[in-house]
Design a protein around this ligand. Sequence first.
Ligand code: CDV
Length: 328
Amino acid sequence: MPGAGTTAVGACARLCDMSRIVRVGAAQLGPIERHHSREEVVARLVSLLQAAADDGCRLVVYPELALTTFFPRWFVDDIATADHWYETHMPNEATQPLFDEAQRLGIGFCLGYALLEHDPVGDAIRRWNVQTLVERDGSIVGTFKKVHIPGHEGHEPDRPFQHLERYYFEPSPEGFHVWDAFGGRVGMMICNDRRWPESYREMGMQGVEMILCGYNTPLHYAPDPSQDPLQGFHNALVMQSGAYQNGTFVIGVAKGGTEEGVPSLAESSIIAPSGEILASATTDGDELITADCDLDWCRQYKNTLFDMDRYRRPEVYTRLSAPPRNAP
Ligand code: CDV
């Protein structure tokens, strides 16, 4: 109850802060063409951030590789000539306006981008596909590196466009971490990670309550075009089942539309622990969708059907973490 002299508004603000209802914005992006500068893109991110703040969001989630075009669609002989697509630190000059505006508005965000690191061991260069989570006070919570890297390693000129993620990025050796943030347990995954049940389960085993996932999913899948008309179905299928089976919210955020001539899936969505879709994008361009995510809803699933301690049978799941059958 409000104490003497406490205004109803002040009491409400404190209560709201203590509640585990996190209003989340999924900030879908339309295409980023290769000639678009970081500054132009960051201006779009800031504009979505401001719309989210006006709508009362505490957290905004952006797509995979949200600062550049999806550059793995092009092959270059000398990978060093592609280094300009990567960030070497975060924040940096181009993204500082986003960090500053978010801190001013008291809103957190999750940003996908390519990261180039200099590893002092052996003076190696490491290239990662990452998402960084930033709290409402501007502090960096953590950076997740994509685990499941799809596509191919070398130039395949017969494809209408390349998907050279396996040339441009290393698979993360770190796996799926979960952080205490935004009053709950927050995890991250990137695009292809969402198709693998192990991604969700690894985070589910750590009590995850909200999984943030950016994606770039071309509508054409060259190895098996029969999957093309199913892209939207598969996208919803994996995220809704992952949410339900682990009692967690999942925030899936696309870079959609036709980018450099390649049409990509939009259909960003915010999914509840029940598996239901709470909000979904209706366009394939820059669009903000929002939902109130009551993190206590997760308990209804984590404490009943998916009470892992009570019902899981890890002793009979031994193959799950065994080496692949064709391993030496
Ligand atoms: N960026 C991605 O990881 N895209 C993959 C495509 C290649 C299948 C995806 O899983 O959507």
